[in-house]
Design a protein around this ligand. Sequence first.
Ligand code: SF4
Length: 297
Amino acid sequence: MDSLTARARLTEHRHYRYRGCAPVPADLADFPGQALGDPELHIDAWGTVDRSDDNPEPQKTRIARERAAIAVCEACPVLAECRTYANSETPDGHLAELDGIWGGQRSLDRHRALIRRRQADTARPAAAALAEARTVQKQAVLRALAREVDEELVAYRAGMDVRTANWHRAILCGLLGLDKDTASREELLATARRLGVLDERIRVRPDGRWPIAAAPNGDGSRQRRIAPGMPQQVVLPGYQHLPRGRRPSPVPASVVAARGRVRRDLRLRLVAPPPVQLPLPLPTVPVPAVAALETAA
Ligand code: SF4
């Protein structure tokens, strides 16, 4: 809202005449300039006290004066309109009210808010960039990225080759204000969601244990890949201390085999069991021979 419109909304408000910093009518005031919101205050409490450099306002006095004025603002019937007007910007880019207390804010508070707004505007991509990120091919790549973590599958889902999908992914990073060489897959998708480029209802498949991003080359530059083709590419700036190489499986191979998964080496060992070895029969001695032996004994 421009400052002129905001000022008109404030001054034409039906309760404007009852604002806290309005002067009490002369015939009712105990002293000239008595503030309507606090009989102890003068309306100058809302402005910057004009003093010479030789006689500045003591800090304690200034803080007490500002606190008293802000307390009146907080009960003012036009607080919202007053704050909107004071924080609006003139055509030449300045605050509508540079000094004094307006809408319960000091001059310093309004300037800090202005700086924050400008920083947020700089960080937010332009509307044209967001519109380009919503083109059919960019949307196809984003949706494919949400579903897949492997770059070939991402390209397959998006209906294009890997090189083109990577190119679109890099362009998307630039359009959404990310660094295409360092942004991870999750960062890209989260930013797209936050800016309304990716539908919130689309489920994003998690990366796994580590975020997927381009890994540095040997010369310090970064590869531009969506997802790791090789395990050692799962490296982010700031994550270099993590071990690189093949990701260890969270489940030992023996446990996987015990759960019923067929292992190729085990299948090869499936051979017929050896024949059962039966014990040999004991020799039988005839009964007459036993009797002869007993007689001899
Ligand atoms: S909010 Fe404060 S500065 Fe604004 S009109 Fe009310 S009393 Fe005055």
